[in-house]
Design a protein around this ligand. Structure first.
Ligand SMILES: Cc1cc2nc3c(=O)[nH]c(=O)nc-3n(C[C@H](O)[C@H](O)[C@H](O)COP(=O)(O)OP(=O)(O)OC[C@H]3O[C@@H](n4cnc5c(N)ncnc54)[C@H](O)[C@@H]3O)c2cc1C
Length: 379
């Protein structure tokens, strides 16, 4: 790391898809970038990448390397939605071809490696925290390694602070930088995800389709992972009894028709081992503003979507790239593109809310259950 007096154009906080895309776009415009990611190894949830992402990855100049090998192709999306029967959307009808079931750790790591190869200073296991804003508009930013003591224990340690002209917040749903700068996060629902990984049943191992199954209090999702395991997720509202974890969760899973069949022996082993799911927020949310004095937000930090859309990674790549371009323009003296970027995000959120309402309206079997009643109201 350079000394305290070295000035970077931009510090990008958060090294998921949005952060890497922002860094790549900034570097392409000749900007100097620190890309710091706090993750300590726990895999991110979110693995289905639509084929259209290939276009964005090419726009970012990494389409020859990303996603690369180590992921599974996904040829179809199956869903029991609106009736118990399974419907299929086959990739044969998609002009972009099949999508992917990603190894998320590998995907995110490769994107960061591309940013590094393009000239970014990449720090992993490192949390970004703004320390001071100076009269000339630059920031002093603290970088804390996960295995270090508290930042405040190292006030004089030059290696742990940098200066920059702009901050990009790609910290995911927590939007750590934007909210510290006064932006407010609006949430639209209380959706949470309870997720676990089961052993993959040998009999259904060849099936790489995604599977969605609606239920009275939410919906299930299953997808094969490149690790030969099966990701199973239950989506419901955080305030409903169906959000409880513990052994009844696997009983609920066993009562499904299609997801239980897909899990097969993996479910039996999971029940025997008393596997309990992990919780993750999955609600739709957005910031009231995606840029301010000296900062810009992108990815889930700017707007996070109901995973039913399977658009989260795609949108993170797109908004990351657009935010990077707009910040580069702003540093070059053109402030207008930041407003264009904000209008882009408004449009994406409006389209998501419309599509979310339309899709939930297709399921009318349980109109009086709170989960569905809430989603059938006008957006
Ligand atoms: C249950 C669930 C299932 C999903 N399934 C899908 C799916 O199938 N397909 C899909 O496209 N999307 C899916 N998504 C959404 C998708 O995962 C996200 O939209 C996507 O990861 C957003 O990327 P991002 O770069 O904005 O944020 P993230 O991927 O969340 O990355 C943010 C990074 O910032 C780091 N960070 C946080 N604070 C700091 C800090 N102060 N300094 C430095 N680093 C920091 C975090 O550690 C993290 O590594 C799903 C989401 C959920 C909850």
């Amino acid at each position: 790391m350079r000394s305290r007096d070295d000035l970077y154009d931009v510090v990008v906080a958060g090294g998921g898809p949005a952060g890497a895309a922002a860094a790549l776009a900034l570097l392409r415009e000749g900007r100097t970038v620190v890309l710091a990611d706090a993750a300590t190894g726990a895999p991110s949830v979110g693995e289905a990448l639509p084929a259209a992402a290939g276009v964005l990855l090419r726009d970012l100049g990494v389409g020859d390397r990303i996603p690369g090998d180590g992921h599974l192709p996904c040829y179809a999306n199956l869903s029991a939605w609106g009736s118990p029967a399974l419907g299929a959307v086959d990739s044969v009808n998609d002009p972009h071809g099949p999508g992917w079931h990603l190894d998320r750790l590998l995907f995110d790591r490769r994107l960061r490696a591309c940013a590094q190869a393009a000239g970014a200073h990449v720090e992993t296991r490192t949390t970004v925290r703004p320390r001071a804003r100076h009269a000339d508009g630059t920031w002093t930013v603290a970088l804390r390694r996960a295995d270090d003591r508290r930042i405040d224990d190292h006030p004089a340690d030059d290696r742990r602070t940098v200066r920059c002209r702009w901050l990009v917040d790609t910290t995911g749903r927590r939007a750590a930088i934007a909210t510290a700068c006064g932006a407010r996060r609006r949430t639209y629902d209380r959706l949470i995800a309870l997720h676990c990984v089961l052993g993959r049943d040998r009999e259904v191992r060849a099936d790489n389709s995604t599977l969605v199954e609606a239920a009275p209090d939410g919906w299930w999702y299953a997808a094969a992972l490149p690790s030969e395991r099966l990701l199973v997720v239950w989506f419901t509202d955080a305030d409903l009894p169906a959000a409880r974890t513990g052994p009844p969760w696997l009983d609920r899973l066993a009562a499904t028709r299609h997801i239980a069949a897909r899990a097969g022996a993996g479910l039996r082993h999971g029940r025997a081992a008393r596997v309990t799911p992990r919780r993750a927020p999955a609600h739709t949310a957005r910031l009231d503003r995606v840029h301010g004095d000296g900062w810009t937000a992108a990815g889930d930090a700017a707007a996070a979507f109901d995973p039913l859309s399977s658009q989260g990674i795609l949108t993170a790549l797109y908004t990351g790239m657009r935010a990077g371009e707009a910040v580069a323009a702003r540093l070059g003296g053109d402030a207008a593109d930041l407003d264009h970027y904000a209008a882009n995000v408004d449009g994406i959120v409006a389209a998501h809310l419309r599509n979310r309402h339309t899709y939930y309206a297709f399921e009318q079997r349980w109109p009086h259950r709170p989960f569905w009643r809430r989603r059938h109201r006008a957006p």
